[in-house]
Structures are given as structure tokens and as C-alpha cells.
Design a protein around this ligand. Structure first.
Ligand SMILES: NC(=O)c1ccc[n+]([C@@H]2O[C@H](COP(=O)([O-])OP(=O)(O)OC[C@H]3O[C@@H](n4cnc5c(N)ncnc54)[C@H](O)[C@@H]3O)[C@@H](O)[C@H]2O)c1
Length: 376
């Protein structure tokens, strides 16, 4: 058995990673540590939690006792840190929470991993470690700041964060680097572009737009909608993390990107068209569209007239684009899912999983936690 501590495993990317790893590695035991904030949903892992190879622990990555207890109870070899406050808009409202979780939480994980993995000291005084261990920090392309119309972020691009969210993720990356340099701890950092796919909380662009279209609500687009993001299907991100964790050179940073730059407004228009086409092609999806109950002629309203431009986000970065040449050359990774296919898969998933959407937005999942884990 190989033991993994997956923090933030009840969130969007973390839960997709848990599913991916359990399928891929029959001998993996995953301990999922998650605080279950508004963004963490235990029901997302309901099938995985029936598997004896997956253990869930509710707790905060900032809490040294709970993290130490996990290391005492399980021979953890790999830590993959997804846990974070992840929404830029929320960071503008409450920066302190972001610094707390994203920076201090990361430092707490590093510190306890280091204590438990250290075997002694070498002749220069550096700690020596158990073999087959690694700490992987899941970071973001937002640490590089904003690009103009041309160019790409490489691993050598200077860090230049601009929002409280990206500043906190940069702080976390720097403390991971400090553990690598100062204590020679085996670490990697991955910096990924925008993900999309199943189990994405509907406050982020694509799932929010899908939800609003189905409810016949306006689709808010920041500024003039020309901000550019590079979109990657979440499963491709999971594959990249797995590769870096097991094969990445110790101490290295790897950028992960989809080679798929799109303006936000184009994403919104494509999503409207695709939802409408799927509802017409597959009438069995129609019950997912609550607005169609009153207005069944969806052609008459499910169109660009739903778009509404809203005041731009403060300090909104104009463009992100990743150059993933390093991970492709060293580890053979490339984005397998074309955006045109990934977006259809994603929208179909939302059409088929309206219960999940209603659950995470109604707070019903908190109740689910109490039912499953109440009293523990
Ligand atoms: N979503 C993206 O497009 C994207 C892109 C690049 C990098 N990232 C990074 O990937 C990671 C995961 O992102 P996501 O989109 O899945 O986020 P998410 O918000 O969906 O999930 C975060 C998870 O972390 C948990 N969490 C929050 N604070 C915690 C704490 N103090 N202790 C324990 N658990 C806590 C939440 O309950 C939730 O389950 C984050 O570190 C994010 O910065 C995300």
C-alpha cells in the first residue's frame, strides 16, 4: 500500500483527483483531510467513501494536532495539498481568511510532514528523509500576474500576484520553496491554468453560467468580457499531478496548461449554444431546465439576450496563458481533452446531476455530513 494525504479532497479538483487515483492505483490508500467549507461537498465522494482505501477526516490544514494525528495513524508518504480558499471574488471581500488557510495552512502541513519524514542529519546538517516521500503543492498560474496580448508564463516568469487570492498562493509557493532550499525537503509545485469539469462549485464561471441558463437567469459577465483564460479539463490536471508526484524532478516547478485560450465572453456564448443544443437533442435533459416549465420555447429566450455586463472585478487580470513545454518534454504530459469535447462532457454532467447542484447550493450537503458523520 502507498499512503497519500489529500487535503481539500472534497473540493472540485481534489475530489476529481481522489476518484482518479483510486481507479488508477489499486494499492493506494487515500486519507482525505477537508474542512468542508462552503466549497467542500462530502456527497461528491459518496462512492469513494464506501471504499476501504479511502478515509475521510474533517479538519483544518492549519490545525497541527489533526495533521499530526493523521501522520501518527497512517504511514503517509505523499502529501498533495489542494486545500485552499480558491475564489478571487471572495478574497477581495475577506483577504485574511485566504492568508490563514493558503499560507499558514501550507506551512503547517510542510512542518508536520518534515517532522514525520526526517530520519536524521547529513554531514552538512541538512535533514535526511525517508525514501519514497514527497510534498506536492497545487498552485495556480495566477501567481505570475497578468499578460498583455502576447506571450506565455513559463516556470521562469517572475512571480507578480495581484489579487489577495494570488498573493496568498504565491506566499504558499514561496514557503514550499523555502522548505526545499532550507531543509532539502522533497517537494514539487504545480501551477495550473483554469480548470473546468464535473463537481465544480457553481460560483465559478462555467458552472455558474450553466446553472443560470437552466434557471433562465441573467448571465453576469465582468467588464467587457474580453479577459482571457486558458482552460484545462480537470481530469487532464489530475493526470499531470499524478505524473509530477511520481516522476517529477525533486524541487522543480511544473506549469500545467490547456493550450486553450479563450475570452470569457466566448466561453459564455459557447455554453449558451451548447446547453440549448443538448436540451433539444436529448429531451430527457429537459427536466433539468426549470425555466422551460414556464417558457418551453427555449429558442425564444435561451440566447445571448441572457448576457448582462456587470462592473469589472477590482484589479481584474487581463490575460493568463501557460507554456507547458517543460512538463511535456520531461514527463510526456499533454492536455488530452479538446475544449470542444470537454465542454460538452461538462455540460452533460451538470444536466445529469442537478441533484448535486441543488445540494451544494442549498446547504443540503451540510446536513448530509451531519447524517453521515454527526457526533464524530
Ligand atoms: N479551480 C481552478 O481552476 C484552479 C486552477 C489552478 C489551481 N487551483 C488550485 O487548486 C486547488 C483546488 O482548487 P479547487 O478549485 O478544487 O478549489 P475548491 O474551492 O473547489 O476546493 C477547496 C477545498 O479545500 C477545502 N478547504 C478550504 N479551506 C480548508 C482548510 N483550512 N483546511 C482543510 N480544507 C480546506 C474546502 O472545503 C474545499 O473542499 C487550490 O489550491 C487552488 O488554488 C485551482
Amino acid at each position: 500500500m502507498s499512503y497519500y494525504l489529500i487535503t481539500g479532497g472534497a473540493g472540485f479538483i481534489g475530489s476529481n483527483f481522489v476518484k482518479f487515483m483510486l481507479k488508477k492505483y489499486p494499492d493506494a490508500h487515500l486519507v482525505v483531510l477537508d474542512k468542508l467549507t462552503y466549497a467542500g461537498n462530502l456527497r461528491t465522494l459518496k462512492d469513494e467513501l464506501k471504499d476501504s482505501r479511502c478515509t475521510f477526516i474533517k479538519g483544518d490544514i492549519c490545525d497541527p494536532e489533526i495533521v499530526q494525528k493523521i501522520f501518527s495513524d497512517y504511514p503517509v508518504q505523499y502529501v498533495v495539498n489542494f486545500a485552499a480558499e480558491s475564489h478571487v471574488d471572495r478574497s477581495i471581500e475577506n483577504p485574511q481568511l485566504f492568508l490563514q488557510t493558503n499560507i499558514l495552512g501550507t506551512q503547517n502541513l510542510l512542518n508536520i510532514a518534515k517532522q514525520n519524514w526526517t530520519t536524521g542529519k547529513d554531514e552538512k546538517g541538512y535533514p535526511t528523509y525517508l525514501s519514497d516521500i514527497k510534498y506536492l503543492q497545487v498552485s495556480t498560474d495566477e501567481v505570475y500576474g497578468s499578460l498583455g496580448e502576447t506571450g506565455f508564463f513559463t516556470e521562469k516568469t517572475p512571480l507578480d500576484p495581484r489579487s489577495p487570492y494570488s498573493a496568498s498562493k504565491t506566499g504558499a509557493d514561496l514557503i514550499v520553496t523555502a522548505y526545499s532550499e532550507t531543509y532539502k525537503m522533497p517537494v514539487n509545485i504545480t501551477r495550473c491554468s483554469n480548470n473546468y469539469g464535473p463537481y465544480h462549485f457553481p460560483e465559478k464561471l462555467i458552472p455558474l453560467i450553466i446553472k443560470n441558463i437552466l434557471e433562465g437567469k441573467k448571465l453576469p459577465v465582468y467588464g467587457d468580457g474580453t479577459n482571457v483564460r486558458d482552460w484545462l479539463y480537470v481530469e487532464d490536471h489530475c493526470k499531470a499531478i499524478d505524473l509530477v508526484l511520481h516522476k517529477g524532478r525533486v524541487g522543480e516547478v511544473y506549469n500545467i496548461g490547456g493550450h486553450n485560450e479563450k475570452q470569457n465572453i466566448l466561453i459564455v456564448k459557447l455554453t449558451i449554444e451548447t446547453v440549448r443544443r443538448l436540451l433539444k437533442e436529448y429531451p430527457e435533459y429537459m427536466p433539468a431546465c426549470s425555466a422551460a416549465k414556464d417558457s418551453p420555447d427555449i429558442d425564444s429566450w435561451m440566447n445571448e439576450s441572457l448576457i448582462t455586463y456587470v462592473t469589472d472585478r477590482l484589479g481584474h487580470d487581463q490575460r493568463y496563458a501557460i507554456d507547458p513545454a517543460k512538463i511535456t518534454k520531461e514527463l510526456g504530459w499533454y492536455p488530452e481533452t479538446k475544449f470542444e469535447d470537454g465542454i460538452v462532457k461538462t455540460i452533460r454532467w451538470y444536466l445529469e446531476n442537478q441533484d448535486w447542484v441543488n445540494d451544494v447550493t442549498s446547504g443540503g450537503y451540510q446536513k448530509y455530513y451531519e447524517e453521515m458523520y454527526g457526533g464524530r
